[in-house]
Design a binder for this molecule. Structure first.
Ligand code: F0G
Length: 346
């Protein structure tokens, strides 16, 4: 059986690396494309989930980070910095450890999930909680990278999107061709842009790109930046996406859409994935499936089409949300009969 070597080795000829680039990898990529029978039945299409939560740090960010950190090392960087709603910082922190770099991260205070905070801290990143939004954090990191010897690893760094485009390659390899429709959450808008790049490069007939923002953080849908973005899906709580123009190009060139989904729709899709498919994702990730259900209601899908939804991050990132939405566990004594009664077996 073939062993996965990490996405730089797997797709070396399509990435901006040379024989002398030091490859910094945690063997990211190679994530499963899982059929989703419950969602498929709801929309009358063949739906697959690209489960990006199975990357080394639990999100798709690792795809971009392996390339960005490898290039940063090649270019002589000793420190990296990023702004993040949590996943980028978790990934940057881990890959920086791997490369022997110091890592600084700026996050919006109180607006990142606990697991992500834990990851940045456990990997030893210098973490600053900013009293502002992700967009404020990104402006600050850009200034810092311009004025100090510290490399920016946000997706405004083009190496990030190069790495992330490989998810589209994997989907084409797994299905034998591109799907008809690809659904994806949109925050800073890098990932939809990266997939579109990947599909154009690798597929004979690229899919329509369907991007979904949270309705309280939907600048591209509204056509204007959102000054005070809000949503339960904190990963995509972004009011002024860096890759705005690229995302619009992906939408328009593919014949797709970028729409808003409400927090209520996102929460329902989260529950559907957890309890209908056995796939535990974070809230932002469920926006792709919430959007697919909405697109179905709007008649944007044809029966039997093949659809891929990227589920971008692992549900374990945000245990607070998972627990708050579930019934409280029942406590019993050491007594099998009590267990049977509580389980309504008797
Ligand atoms: N889903 C998750 C779980 C994310 O963490 C992000 C972005 C997105 C979707 C949206 O992807 O920004 O490329 O449009 N998270 C960034 C971060 C902003 O800092 O971790 P995008």
């Amino acid at each position: 059986s073939r062993v996965w070597r990490g996405l730089i080795e797997e797709y070396r000829d399509r990435l901006p690396v040379s024989a002398t680039t030091p490859v910094v990898t945690l063997l990211e990529g190679g994530t499963p494309l899982v059929p989703a029978p419950k969602v498929s039945a709801l929309v009358g299409c063949d739906v697959f989930l690209k489960v990006e939560g199975l990357n080394p740090t639990g999100s798709f960010k690792d795809r971009g980070m392996t390339v960005a950190i490898s290039k940063a090392v090649e270019e002589g960087a000793q420190a990296v910095i990023c702004a993040s709603t949590g996943n980028t910082s978790a990934s940057a922190a881990a890959y920086a450890v791997r490369a022997g770099l110091t890592c600084a991260v700026l996050v919006p205070r109180g607006k990142i999930a606990m697991g992500k905070l834990a990851q940045a801290l456990v990997h030893g990143a210098k973490l600053l909680q900013v009293e502002g939004s992700f967009d404020d954090c990104l402006e600050m990191t850009k200034k810092l990278a311009e004025n100090y010897p510290i490399a920016l690893v946000n997706s405004v760094n083009p190496h990030r999107l190069q790495g992330q485009k490989t998810a589209a390659f994997e989907i084409v390899d797994a299905l034998g061709s591109a799907p008809d429709v690809h659904c994806i959450p949109v925050g800073n808008a890098g990932n939809i842009s990266a997939y579109w790049m990947g599909y154009q490069e690798y597929a004979a007939k690229p899919p329509k790109m369907f991007g979904f923002q949270a309705s309280g953080s939907a600048p591209i849908v509204n056509g204007a930046p959102v000054t005070h973005p809000h949503t339960i899906a904190t990963a995509i709580r972004i009011g002024n996406p860096a890759s705005w123009k690229l995302a619009e190009a992906a939408r328009d060139e593919s014949g797709g859409v970028i729409q808003a989904v409400t927090d209520r729709q996102i929460a329902a899709a989260y529950k559907l994935l957890a309890q209908g498919e056995g796939v535990f994702v974070e809230l932002a990730s469920a926006a792709s499936v919430a959007g697919l259900l909405q697109a179905h209601e709007q008649g944007l899908l044809q029966p039997g089409q093949r659809v891929v939804c990227t589920v971008t991050g692992n549900g374990l990132k945000d245990p607070d949300w998972a627990i708050s939405g579930a019934p409280a566990p029942v406590t019993i004594p050491i007594d099998a009969y009590a267990a049977a009664a509580a389980l309504e077996l008797a």
